[in-house]
Design a protein around this ligand. Structure first.
Ligand code: RB5
Length: 149
């Protein structure tokens, strides 16, 4: 499935990288729904993780990208939402594998950890790699069943 729309969010620590990755996605012809933050002023990442997850839950976008200082806080907050499988990644292998095996729908990374070039490579792989299904489907179904507990 070709991805035409992506939702993005960040806190202040990920704001600069979010803006740059957003421009990269737009240069690929992908529409970006930006849930904020819109300034480098200090804020809580939970607000933007929540806003992004609501967009995915509504069906308006199928994939999202969250940027904070490390990517960790964003992934923790996002994974509290039903139907969200968020992966904090620091390399291209993980960004690709989390689509293939986990059917991750949110990629998280940290502006204090990785640079712009690596972020764009990770994002491109995340968007362009399909879920493998097969033996991984039952495992993803198990993850989704945890939402109901
Ligand atoms: C903000 O200082 C920082 O804690 C946040 O961006 C993130 O790295 C948390 O996981």
């Amino acid at each position: 499935m070709e991805i035409k729309k992506i939702v993005m969010g960040s806190d202040h620590a990920g704001f600069g990288l979010k803006q740059k990755v957003k421009a990269h996605l737009e240069s690929r012809g992908i529409e970006v729904i930006d849930v904020g933050t819109d300034t480098p002023e200090s804020c809580n990442y939970t607000i933007y993780a929540d806003a992004l997850c609501k967009v995915i839950q509504s069906g308006e976008a199928s994939l999202g990208i969250l940027v904070c200082g490390t990517g960790i806080g964003m992934s923790m907050a996002a994974n509290k939402h039903a139907g969200i499988r968020a992966a904090a990644c620091e390399n291209t292998f993980s960004a690709r594998m989390t689509r293939m095996h986990n059917d991750a729908n949110v990629l998280c990374f940290g502006e204090r950890v990785i640079g712009y070039g690596l972020a764009c490579d990770m994002v491109d792989l995340f968007i362009d790699t399909p879920f493998e299904g097969g033996r991984h489907q039952a495992r993803v179904d198990d993850i989704n069943a945890l939402d109901k507990r």
